[in-house]
Design a protein around this ligand. Structure first.
Ligand code: HEC
Ligand code: HEC
Length: 488
């Protein structure tokens, strides 16, 4: 090991820093090859164009509070393009916000609102909506929207694990979009408790369409009908026919799937431009891809392929904070994948997230317990040490619940991880990266950022012009200083 480093050092000195092809490049090239990387998970995919009328209407729906039963929460509440396709919060606040249009830091739950406790209302971090076309297998941190094979279909919480949901549509993004609408804390609110999942979907669709149960609740339904007729190319179609929950799901999926952001320096590098990323990032990449026995951190073990995810479920003992999903003795834990499969061995497992654009998708982890990439990577290099030294001060969001119980609750996952290691199961191993190695890995992770996702002008296409909806339901987002999110 040491000999290798000295040898590498000597050859590096001989080759000289000015050379465009470094030792790191040669080694990385082999790893890129052996991992079958192309640099672009969306290569060969049919990506909907954001300028297409379907994606445009999907965007307007995504930004509309009319899909929240109480008309105070939209998809964009927790998934704004300017906030990395998330909400910049450890844990989201959906319905019952003090100011529904204020997104990100400073968003608060209204004191008079149902289940107010001073903190965030949703128990898991909002993942990014970017690059979902790259996911083949499952969505949600526990994968409860999942492709099923033979026969092909998608299982959802409506149908149950491994059972195909006949209403799930044909792609993961659309299938997923039918669920936030059914969650009281996310979009449904608390004034329509009598309605089951399907009833609330049909209700919001009928309201947008101005027919049936929701008739007359919006003043100007022609705003929507006109767009549905254009997007679905049915100039004389009726609202009942066109404005259905199934079409709404399809259209939102088109919008989300148009969020293809894979043009990053790493892709350029994989395609031969050796100066596309820094030497520091190259060292980080080597650590990322190399096995632990060779001095690497073996991140690729789980963050594999061009998606940087195996789309499988692992226990990496993320710090447990927030309200939790009702699991454990006190009901403040989240058992992750176990909640879907009921398998004891799935306790504390969560889906490996993609690392594309990870720089802008924080806070990180399924409950946003880490607010810096450095801390997150440090955790992955030794979870037990990280939990012992967890810095609660990094949580800048007000009122996150059960932080005082974090150690006790997370140690259960640590214990499970240690048991699995003893049993020689295929689990996360400690790589014990040094501080400078962590910097290198973070530097590599930053090469996975598409320049568009940090460019307000570029992102304009994914944000509707302000004040389009005559019903006043469009969520035109502002930050806590009152600044508009996006230029328009
Ligand atoms: C109050 C915040 C909130 C709102 C509103 C919301 N989401 Fe989410 N979204 C989340 C959270 C939290 C998760 C993760 C939940 C989980 O894994 O259990 C999530 C997960 C997702 C995912 C899965 C991504 C992945 O990689 O697994 C997609 C896609 C998504 N939401 C799209 C939408 C759409 C479309 C809407 C509107 C119909 C919407 N969201 C409304 C918070 C929200
Ligand atoms: C055993 C599989 C496994 C290995 C090995 C692994 N990860 Fe992860 N990683 C995961 C899982 C699972 C999560 C999500 C955990 C959660 O949310 O509870 C995750 C989360 C992350 C996140 C947060 C992403 C987000 O969007 O929240 C980052 C960053 C990350 N890993 C980087 C790394 C790095 C760097 C390494 C190597 C040092 C590594 N991981 C090794 C499985 C793994």
């Amino acid at each position: 090991m040491n000999k290798l480093i000295i040898l590498a050092g000597i050859s590096f000195a001989i080759l000289g820093c000015g050379n465009s092809e470094s030792v790191n490049d040669t080694e990385l090239e082999k790893l890129i090859h052996s991992n079958n990387l192309t640099g672009d998970v969306l290569k060969g995919k049919v990506i909907p164009k954001i300028t297409d009328t379907k994606a445009q209407l999907g965007m307007n729906l995504f930004f509309s509070k009319s899909l929240g039963a109480d008309r105070d929460s939209a998809c964009v509440t927790c998934h704004h393009p300017m906030l990395g396709g998330g909400d910049n919060l450890s844990l989201p606040i959906g319905t019952g916000a003090k100011n529904p249009n204020l997104l990100g830091v400073g968003r608060m739950h209204d004191v008079t609102s149902t289940h107010y406790d001073g903190g965030p209302t949703v128990p898991r971090n909002a993942p990014t909506t970017f690059n979902m076309l790259g996911c083949k297998h499952a969505l949600f941190h526990d994968g409860r929207i999942e492709h099923v094979v033979n026969p092909n279909g998608i299982s959802t919480p409506d149908s149950g694990y491994t059972i195909i949901d006949p209403l799930a549509t044909d792609n993961l993004a659309s299938a997923q979009s039918r669920f936030p609408i059914t969650s009281p804390e996310e979009m449904k609110g608390f004034n329509h408790q009598d309605k089951d999942n399907q009833a609330v979907r049909d209700y919001v669709a009928s309201r947008v369409g101005g027919y049936g149960e929701g008739k007359g609740e919006l003043n100007n339904t022609n705003y929507w009908l006109k767009q549905f007729r254009t997007a679905l190319n049915q100039p004389t179609g009726t609202a009942e026919k066109l404005i259905t929950e199934q079409n709404i799901a399809m259209l939102i999926g088109e919008y989300e799937n148009s969020q293809a952001f894979t043009n990053n320096p790493w892709k350029e590098y994989v395609n031969g431009n050796k100066s596309a990323i820094s030497e520091e990032a190259k060292r980080g990449a080597l650590l990322f891809f190399k096995p632990i026995v060779d001095g690497g951190a073996d991140c690729v073990h789980c963050h594999s392929g061009d998606l940087f995810s195996d789309e499988e479920f692992h226990n990496v003992a993320m710090p447990q904070i927030g309200r939790g999903k009702g699991d454990g003795d006190e009901g403040i834990e989240d058992f992750g994948r176990f909640r879907v499969t009921g398998e004891e061995s799935d306790k504390y497992k969560f889906r490996t997230p993609s690392l594309l654009n990870v720089e802008v998708t924080g806070p990180w982890g399924h409950d946003g317990a880490y607010t810096s990439l450095e801390a997150m990577v440090k955790h992955m290099s030794n979870p037990k040490e990280a939990i012992k030294n967890y810095d609660k001060k990094q949580l800048t969001q007000v009122g996150i619940q059960n932080v005082d119980k974090m150690t006790v609750n997370t140690n259960k996952a640590i214990k499970q991880l240690e048991k699995d290691r003893v049993a020689k199961l295929d689990v996360l191993e400690d790589s014990n990266l040094s501080a400078s190695e962590i910097e290198d890995v973070v530097s590599f992770l930053r090469t996975l950022t598409d320049s568009c996702v940090v460019d307000e002008t570029c992102l304009q296409k994914w944000i509707p012009k302000r004040d389009l909806d005559p019903n006043g339901d469009q969520l035109d987002a502002v930050d806590k200083k009152g600044n508009i999110l996006g230029l328009k």
